[in-house]
Design a binder for this molecule. Structure first.
Ligand SMILES: NC(=O)c1ccc[n+]([C@@H]2O[C@H](COP(=O)([O-])OP(=O)(O)OC[C@H]3O[C@@H](n4cnc5c(N)ncnc54)[C@H](OP(=O)(O)O)[C@@H]3O)[C@@H](O)[C@H]2O)c1
Length: 254
């Protein structure tokens, strides 16, 4: 009998994962996806109550999860989370949007968006990789970017700047860490129904824009992101680094 190629495994048993922004929306979906594949998931966010509800529901379902109250804009609090024992998988879904026309953006809006979407993402990546490299562990770092990291969008100059910055950062970090088997990628969703995007869905003009640009007949749901994150976290994507997996229903196709 000839030897067949080994099929890919999505099994994450024995893996330690950190998911930021895990108390809501996409991050919550990522936490559930990794835990359902067998990982022990540390779920991080600022608000303790919503986080406790998520972790409670996960553990009652039989998943291995614990809560970590963290404001990742506080880099002094973020560093020890990454450096005290390397994670195998880090998913960064914490993020913020302040959508205004570029002419109306205030420095305060700019700083608020950049601080969590890019500054914290930068140091989270660096410290996660530092710990993985020191522990000689292969690792996977995944940022939830956006289709707005690939194209422009209405009222989104700061948000687009933060997500395009994230995409560039990931490419450069992948070059540095590939030889240590630390992979870093982004998932770039289209509009997904979450508390963050609800104001856009509630605006009829913007809702029409969404359905005009997405080629498939519906907007995205959190479940649409869960498979992409599982793929990038697992050995099934062992040769994938420095790239972006667009889950955009064809938005950027034209
Ligand atoms: N929804 C979409 O249509 C869409 C599309 C493309 C990309 N994305 C991206 O996907 C990511 C998640 O978005 P979402 O739609 O899931 O938003 P969401 O439902 O508002 O969830 C955001 C999560 O991030 C946490 N968070 C925010 N600031 C934080 C901070 N400083 N420190 C720690 N945690 C913080 C929030 O919890 P606390 O407030 O309690 O901290 C919450 O758990 C974001 O990066 C967003 O840009 C979303």
């Amino acid at each position: 009998m000839i030897a067949l190629p080994t099929p890919p495994s999505l099994d994450l048993k024995g893996k330690r994962a950190l998911v930021t922004g895990a108390s809501s929306g996409i991050g919550q979906g990522c936490a559930v996806s990794l835990a359902a594949a067998g990982a022990h998931v540390t779920c991080a966010a600022r608000g303790a109550d919503r986080l406790a509800e998520t972790v409670d529901a996960m553990t009652r379902t039989g998943y291995a999860a614990k809560a970590l109250v963290l404001d990742q804009n506080d880099l002094g609090a973020l560093e020890p989370v990454l450096m005290d024992g390397a994670f195998d998988i880090v998913v960064n879904s914490a993020g913020l949007a302040r959508h205004t026309p570029a002419l109306d953006t205030t420095p305060e809006d700019y700083d608020a968006v950049m601080s969590v979407n890019l500054r914290s993402a930068y140091f989270l990546s660096a410290w996660a990789a530092k710990a993985m490299i020191a522990a000689e562990k292969p690792g996977s770092i995944i940022h939830i970017s956006s289709q707005m990291g690939h194209v422009g969008g209405l009222d989104r100059a700061v948000y687009c700047a933060s997500k395009h910055g994230l995409e560039g950062m990931v490419k450069a970090m992948a070059i540095e860490w590939g030889k240590s088997n630390v992979r870093i990628n982004t998932v770039a969703p289209t509009f997904i129904r979450t508390p963050l995007s609800q104001p856009t869905f509630d605006n009829p003009e913007r809702a029409a824009w969404i359905m005009e640009k997405i080629k498939l007949p519906r907007p995205g749901e959190v479940e649409d992101i869960m498979g992409a994150v599982l793929y990038l976290a697992s050995g099934a994507s062992a040769m994938v680094t420095g790239t972006s997996l667009l889950i955009d229903g064809g938005w950027t196709a034209g």
